[in-house]
Design a protein. Structure first.
Length: 130
């Protein structure tokens, strides 16, 4: 019976999925960059989300950042070679209003009723400039 199950599994199993080794590491780097210097925590607190943990927020918001990178309203600076100087790794919100709108939309079901998200981000001018 085990031999027959093995053959059936081999014939009807979905094809093997290839997952890049770089993909999860790339996402982690983007996450570390956009949440650096307390920016992730400050954004989370400013949104005052209900029933969303910080980890859930960062995971979903990182996907918004990735979409922003793909669409060009967020840009990153990554040094040509790894460096211990964290200032070489920067995220620039080219269109901060678009970022705020997309982030708000991503969490629309979790926002307190009638609440408005504050889109004024404080911090390093380089983070906000293009």
């Amino acid at each position: 019976m085990a031999l027959l199950e093995g053959l059936v599994d081999r014939w009807f199993a979905p094809p093997a999925q290839h997952v890049s080794e770089f993909y999860p590491r790339h996402l982690k780097l983007i996450e570390l960059m956009w949440t650096a210097d307390g920016r992730g925590r400050a954004t989370f607190e400013a949104m005052a989300l209900e029933k969303v943990s910080y980890t859930q927020f960062v995971t979903r918001a990182t996907q918004v950042v990735v979409r922003g990178l793909a669409e060009g309203w967020i840009e990153v600076d990554i040094p040509a070679a790894p460096t211990t100087d964290d200032s070489g790794y920067r995220v620039r919100f080219v269109d901060p209003e678009h970022w705020a709108d997309e982030l708000t939309a991503a969490f629309a079901v979790n926002l307190p009723h009638g609440e408005q998200v504050d889109t004024d981000l404080e911090g390093d001018a380089d983070v906000m400039s293009s």
